[in-house]
Design a protein around this ligand. Structure first.
Ligand code: TYD
Ligand code: MG
Length: 481
């Protein structure tokens, strides 16, 4: 501590919730913020954190009008998908947190980014608190990375890491992972809230003082937050989440906070034998196995961030007269599925009470936006009624409890993507007159038939072909052929 902190070094003991980082002067059995039981741990904190030396180094307030326009010289990484998610490249001095579940591919992504920077003659420091040099060498060989220009250090002690960074003066530094790092003079075990926060804070200061971009990885907790919500996210400049279903090879890099760009961007990757490969035309990839007019299968133009992405939603209904019916949702929200089934039963007259229903988004993607509601509803109805969707159809719209359809955002962008991939009709909620003419005008030359409907029942009437077999109300097997 003594070597790093100058002047007053006041300690105080506080209790910190290990889940959300709430501080309290006395021990509490349950956190009033996140409601977790038994999460407070007594922690010794120093109160000399404020970087007050900045003033003594000549840092003064300036009138904004006198400031020259800041022009971030961004580093362009080899992955165009990563550049886009970062808002156009990596800003020097920025601290970027890449969060994700263990094993999702964070280390792989950062090693590949390191290699791309090193190829541009940049010096890269790769610090791992988790893996040995041999493990990383093995991975880099697998990825076909020679390693010239990448300096690796396996070290969990952050004071030593900072010393190494000072000595090396890299142009990009990677810390893998923040939970593995510790500081002697901070309280708690490595990975505890106080350690993680203190380490991130020091790294942030190092990055800013040296104007070097720093990428750190963080494992997410069961609840899906990085070491407790809100604890790191406001210290760092950029927060990216690396996500994917365990059984799928696709990975999505999503920005949830970005001080240098929009948070509406996503990058899509595929994990292969030789690391991550960018997927630059995701709609085509996710629809590669889609066959037009398949029973129980409907394509929906969703938005991933700002980018339209066509996904295939499949549903399978099978009669089950013996046990309470089961509902399985893969890639869509389970509660949303229950709502849609209830609406189909009550507002569209589909007798689904004795049907097991499985809904699946192909490719292992997760879609959460309400715009997929109509796609889910049509897929279920298609399977249940044995009626194919009409040829070349995409469906779009939020379903309300009265069976009405609600509008969705960025209709043009979604439809344009559907047109690009050759779809012929779009089943969608009626457009409000204000935007209807605008949308139609922008799509005028394009060859797509907009089927505007106001209710789910109407959507099913127009979007599905006539029943190919007589629907047996008692629920004879009406699943896929
Ligand atoms: P890793 O980057 O170690 O994950 P994290 O740092 O997020 O914990 O990735 C580990 C997984 O990635 C592991 O299950 C194997 C898989 N993988 C591949 O499929 N192909 C590859 O080329 C590499 C390096 C890893
Ligand atoms: Mg790792």
């Amino acid at each position: 501590m003594k070597s790093n902190e100058r002047g007053k070094s006041k300690f105080k003991n506080v209790f910190i919730c290990q889940q959300c980082g709430k501080e309290s002067l006395k021990w509490l059995g349950r956190c009033p913020d996140c409601q977790t039981w038994n999460s407070f741990v007594e922690t010794r904190v120093t109160s000399s954190r404020a970087p007050s030396q900045l003033y003594s180094r000549g840092n003064r307030p300036q009138e904004l009008s006198q400031v020259e326009k800041g022009d971030f010289p961004r580093f362009h990484l080899g992955f165009a998908e990563v550049n886009r998610v970062l808002g156009g490249g990596l800003v020097p001095g920025s601290l970027v947190l890449v969060g994700g579940e263990p094993g999702i591919g964070k280390s792989t992504l950062l090693l590949q980014i390191s290699a791309m920077m090193a190829e541009n003659n940049k010096v890269v420091a790769y610090i791992s608190g988790e893996e040995s040099i041999n493990q990383v060498k093995l991975r880099s060989e697998r990825l076909g990375i020679g390693g010239k220009g990448i300096y690796f250090l396996s070290e969990p002690d952050l004071a030593a890491v900072l010393e190494c960074l000072e000595g090396l003066s890299p142009e990009l530094a990677i810390i893998d992972s923040i939970q593995a790092m510790y500081l002697e003079d901070a309280a708690g075990m490595p990975g505890s809230i106080s350690q993680v926060r203190e380490c991130t804070w020091r790294l942030e200061r190092w990055a800013k003082q040296n104007d070097v971009p720093l990428l750190i990885t963080g494992h997410v907790t069961k609840e899906g937050a990085i070491a407790g919500p809100g604890t790191l996210e406001h210290i760092v400049d950029v927060v990216l989440y690396f996500e994917g279903e365990p059984f799928s090879s696709y990975r999505v890099l999503r920005s949830v906070k970005n001080r240098f760009g929009s948070t509406h961007e996503v990058g899509i990757f595929e994990m292969g034998d030789r690391g991550l490969i960018e997927v630059s035309n995701p709609s085509q990839v996710f629809l590669s196995a889609y066959k037009d007019g398949t029973m129980g299968s409907v394509v929906v133009p969703t938005l991933e961030g700002n980018r339209p992405l066509l996904v295939e939603i499949q549903a399978l209904t099978t009669p089950n007269n013996f046990t309470p019916p089961r509902r399985i949702a893969n890639g869509v929200d389970f509660n949303r599925l229950l709502v849609i089934i209830a609406v189909l039963t009550k507002r569209a007259g589909l007798k689904l009470f004795n049907q097991d229903i499985i809904v699946n988004v192909t490719g292992g993607l997760r879609v959460n936006e309400p715009a997929v509601d109509l796609g889910i509803a049509s897929a279920i109805a298609s399977s249940f009624r044995d009626a194919k969707p009409i040829s070349g159809l995409v469906a779009l719209g939020e379903v309300g409890l009265n069976g009405e359809l609600r509008g969705v955002s960025h209709v043009e962008r979604r439809i344009a993507e559907a047109i690009r991939l050759g779809f012929k009709s779009c089943l969608m909620p009626r457009l409000p007159p204000v935007i209807a003419s605008e949308v139609k005008q922008s799509l005028r030359s394009a060859d797509i038939h907009l089927i505007e409907v106001s209710s789910v029942a109407e959507a099913l009437r127009l979007g599905l072909t006539r029943e190919s077999k007589m629907q047996n109300a008692k629920g004879k097997n009406t699943g896929q052929e």
